[in-house]
Design a protein around this ligand. Structure first.
Ligand code: UTP
Length: 291
């Protein structure tokens, strides 16, 4: 596997039941953190990593995501006429014009693995990235989590899953890997299991929503039967891929917020609010005053 990572898949067709009723008529990936929807942070992360084709796997309530990335002629004209040029800049070119956005429909929410399989006709047989927008990752000045992983891919030419250390009692929320260390932050995956109990977990390394996978994953996904929660699990297909190819686990630098969960979402909102160039100082004062 020596090819460049050109495509990123964004599965955005989940039901988002943990966030109801906010997600009743809107995908959770459109929830804003301060002033940007989660999906825009994810798309910007991919573009920063040199990815030029963004493949969104959408489901019910699909319209707001393509609308968000489309040109909004009426809004732009009104902002221009009202001389609101700064605001105009925030809606213009959310994605650079040379980057293609492709939308595919997952007809039924049959699991993350099934959503990824829906992208096969666009991705084909090349290595590609997967970004779960509800995992928001702040990596400071490191260039973005997926950029870090593309760098590792260029070095090792193997599939890579993004991992972080997790408390044992949270093992049943993650895919957990069994590993052998290779290098600083890089481990060889020997096994992977979806949502194990703390007793079954093979390590404290949980997979978060960043992957670079070989095109062969599609072959494995086609053969994967529904697993945990009755859903087609990407983790099970990665376990099958391991029999044919090496897979690495990369401990990315940065902080991840699980924005599919209400507490994680609120934490992200506070941290991104504090870092916001215009809002940050006033928000900090507000938090300090209220103690
Ligand atoms: P989650 O496991 O967070 O599931 O999906 P969910 O349905 O979105 O949310 P809850 O647990 O009911 O609150 C992880 C990622 O996979 C996508 C989701 O949109 C999310 O980005 N996904 C999941 C799909 O695209 N299709 C599916 O069938 C399931």
């Amino acid at each position: 596997m020596t090819r460049r990572i050109r495509k990123a898949v964004f599965p955005v067709a989940g039901l988002g039941t943990r966030f109801l009723p906010a997600t009743k008529a809107n995908p959770k990936e459109m929830l804003p953190v301060v002033d940007k929807p989660l999906i825009q942070y994810a798309a910007e992360e991919a573009v920063r990593a040199g990815i030029d084709t963004l493949v969104f796997v959408t489901g019910r309530n699909k319209r707001s995501i393509p609308d968000h990335f489309d040109k909004a002629y009426e809004l732009e004209t009104e902002l221009l006429e009202a001389d609101k040029l700064e605001r105009l800049e925030t809606v213009r070119e959310i994605i650079p014009p040379e980057v293609a956005c492709i939308y595919i429909r997952q007809p039924e929410a049959r699991g993350l693995g099934h959503a990824v399989l829906c992208a096969e006709p666009v991705v084909g047989n090349e290595p590609f990235a997967i970004i779960l927008a509800d995992d928001l990752i702040d990596d400071g000045d490191h260039g973005g989590c997926i950029s870090q992983m593309v760098e590792q891919f260029d070095r090792h030419h193997a599939s890579i899953v993004g991992v972080q250390r997790i408390p044992a009692e949270h093992s049943d929320r993650y895919g957990v890997v069994d590993v052998e260390p290779v290098d600083s932050r890089v481990n060889q995956v020997k096994g992977i299991i979806e949502k194990p109990s703390s007793q079954q977990a093979p390590s404290d390394l949980g997979v978060v929503g960043r992957y670079i996978l070989s095109g062969r994953i599609f072959e494995k996904l086609r053969e994967t039967q529904p697993g945990a929660g009755g859903e087609v699990q990407l983790t099970d297909a990665i376990a099958a891929l391991l029999a044919d190819e090496p897979v690495l686990a990369y401990e990315f630098a940065g902080t991840r917020y699980d924005c599919g969960d209400k507490l994680g979402y609120l934490q992200a909102t506070v941290e991104y609010g504090l870092q916001h160039p215009e809002l940050g100082p006033a928000f900090r004062r507000y938090l300090e005053q209220r103690g």
